[in-house]
Design a protein around this ligand. Structure first.
Ligand code: MYA
Length: 589
């Protein structure tokens, strides 16, 4: 993919005023626009990088053979020797440019190598993810040359470990509401006070990206600061006793008058929230692709087991309900993998805003992984419940995934509301219609209807999807039209109250993710057809078509339920329960 196309410079026939929104592929879907030049052809990784990725995967696998996940869990930390080995093999600085001691991988290359860690152990993947996915990512993205030269070589080699400190006792999902505060001193340094909780690599990190409130130009804003181990007033608090990921050093942190020099500020004071969100956008892609890697591992275990284990005179593999589970896992995983790697491709192509795409990858990835792990355990039968099998540990380890890095329902609201925002801006005039002023109203409505007609004339189909997939491509285009019209009617109905309409937000977000995943699958399979021909690609085609059929039916069901649902009943029953203060309907009281 050419970077210029990814940046939306082609405009895709859009009017000048519309170019701005092309900075996000997913947001443009809410406008009913298909900027297919961003997603088709399928983004191909650089061949030179592919060789490097292969050798890094081989190195990770080789080291992984010596890793004992149960021991990590018992000792509650990854052996330091292992971290050093990973650093020496170049596995701790995957996305960092080579001139700072890293491997200089693209987002795609990074994700592909990272999948290997998830096959080894979830705790190891998280320790490494906290380090490079979020811990020092702000330095790579927003650091000055001096900051990069100062910190990145040690972080890439494993001589130093990083952590990311955003969450606080009173600010979890509501990250904007953090209470830690940094106050600038006359000498330019900052004095930090506050408390953080649930911080991975907490006592092990030598360097932490810490977010706090600060005052800039009389306004209350946020700042990103690098706190280093040993700074006076920085205290590592108690360790949390967690259900899973027990080798992850999860801590409370306290900052009491910690003096931080100005050269440890990342970006500009005041930019802290934007920096935190940008880092999290990267982390969320990592959780999506990490979930893909972990699900592949579970699926492979399941396939081995069901082929081998015999009951009622035949292998489990021959039972329909086993095929139902395996078939679903393969087809959904194909869709998920396509969606996550298309998002990586968007990042690599230089697209500015991939916040919606990364949130959707995180939601879809972590929820699929949970259901897949549950089904893998189910198919293993009684043996799967035993601690000498990996399933119970996997389930404990991954249960936090839909909760951290943005709780999934919070991210659903984020996807829907951020998607609706550009459309809302475009419809703002309509929102100002004053029914007591019919002349003005008619004028606005005329413009609006005119706009709709113009939209109908714009190319609203996929032209770059392989002709053999035309039926599905046309169907996705119809779903995008429907997304636009459902979004419009929601905005007209709820206006500003859309921010509290969470049932509708959830359905919109889920529909958007399924639309995006279908586009990703069609793009990927179009490219497979181009590379190896249609006939030899029958398997991929079959799986892709199956994924698209199911996803399309989920999209339509979500749209239908926006109009026809029992949401009011759910709200009423919940409120009744709150009032009763208990379930309270026992049979024999
Ligand atoms: S780390 C801590 C995780 N914490 C969170 O994720 C916090 C969740 N909360 C949020 O994300 C935000 O507060 C939400 C917005 C989304 C709720 N990109 O008015 P707003 C802009 C770009 O909507 P709020 C952890 O868990 C927005 O457009 N911009 O704000 C460790 C607006 O700008 P403007 C964004 O209602 C896990 C402004 O900000 C984004 O307060 C370890 C305000 O927005 C965004 N995303 O809340 C994981 N969001 O005013 C390890 C908002 O210009 C990873 N904005 O319109 C390992 C990986 C490996 C895994 C391996 C697996 C096996």
């Amino acid at each position: 993919m050419e970077a210029s196309a990814a940046r939306g410079e082609t405009g895709a026939g859009a009017e000048a005023g519309e170019r701005r929104v092309v900075s996000s592929f997913a947001k443009s879907l809410y406008l009913g626009e298909i900027h297919e030049e961003l997603v088709l052809p399928w983004p191909q990784p650089d061949p030179a990088e592919q060789d490097k990725v292969r050798s890094l995967i081989a190195a990770a696998r080789e080291i992984g053979e010596r890793v004992d996940p149960r021991r990590i869990e018992e000792e509650r930390w990854v052996p330091d020797k292992l971290l050093r080995e990973l650093g020496e093999a170049g596995l701790l600085g995957l996305h960092v440019p080579e001139r700072y001691g890293g491997q200089g991988l693209s987002q795609t290359g990074y994700a592909r190598v990272f999948e290997t860690f998830t096959h080894i152990d979830a705790t190891l993947a998280i320790v490494l993810g906290v380090h490079q996915s979020i811990g020092y990512k702000a330095i790579t993205l927003f650091g000055t040359e001096e900051q990069k030269e100062r910190w990145l070589p040690d972080l890439c080699s494993g001589r130093k470990l990083a952590a990311f400190a955003l969450t606080e006792p009173n600010a979890g999902s509501d990250a904007y509401g953090i209470e830690s505060r940094a106050v600038q001193q006359p000498d330019g340094s900052w004095v930090l006070n506050g408390e953080k909780r649930y911080i991975g690599n907490g006592s092990r990190a030598d360097l932490l990206t810490v977010f706090a409130r600060c005052e800039v130009g009389g306004k209350d804003r946020h700042i990103a600061l690098i706190v280093e181990k040993g700074m006076k007033g920085f205290e590592v608090g108690e360790r949390y006793d967690t259900m899973g990921l027990r080798g992850n050093d999860l801590r409370r942190l306290r900052f009491k008058d910690v003096r931080i020099p100005p050269e440890n500020v990342i970006g500009e004071p005041g930019e802290g929230f934007r920096i935190a969100m940008q880092v999290l956008n990267n982390g969320r892609i990592g959780l999506g692709t990490g979930s893909v890697g972990a699900a592949k591992y579970l699926l492979d275990l399941t396939i081995d087991h069901v082929k081998e284990r015999r009951q009622f005179g035949q292998p489990l593999a021959d039972f329909e309900l086993v095929q139902d589970k395996v078939g679903w896992m393969v087809s959904y995983l194909f869709g998920l993998e396509s969606m996550c790697y298309l998002t990586c491709g968007l990042v690599d192509g230089g697209i500015e805003d991939y916040s919606l795409e990364s949130a959707m990858c995180k939601i879809a990835g972590t929820e699929f992984l949970w259901y897949a792990a549950n089904r893998a355990m189910q198919l293993k039968g009684g043996a799967g419940y035993m601690r000498d099998e990996p399933y119970e540990k996997v389930l404990r380890d991954i249960r936090i995934f839909p909760i951290f890095e943005g709780a999934n329902d919070v991210l659903r609201s984020f996807v829907a509301l951020s998607g609706l925002k550009p459309l809302g801006e475009r419809l703002k005039e309509l929102g100002e219609i004053n029914l007591s002023d019919p002349i003005r109203t008619i004028g606005v409505l005329f413009d609006y209807v005119g706009g709709r007609i113009q939209r109908e004339l714009r190319p609203d189909r996929f032209t770059r999807v392989h002709p053999e997939l035309r039926k599905h491509a046309d169907d996705v285009a119809e779903q995008i039209k429907e997304l636009r019209s459902v979004s419009e009617s929601l905005l007209r109905r709820h206006r500003k109250d859309i921010v509290t309409a969470q049932f509708a937000q959830k359905r919109l977000a889920d529909a958007t993710a399924d639309i995006f995943a279908q586009i990703a699958v069609l793009s990927r399979v179009s490219s497979i057809f181009e590379d190896q021909g249609v006939e030899p690609s029958g398997q991929e085609r079959y799986i892709a078509e199956t994924f698209c059929e199911r996803a399309a039916s989920r999209v339509r069901s979500n749209f239908r339920q926006i109009e026809r649902n029992d949401d009011e009943r759910m709200k009423a029953i919940a409120k009744l329960a709150y009032k009763r203060g208990e379930y309270g309907y026992a049979l024999f009281d």
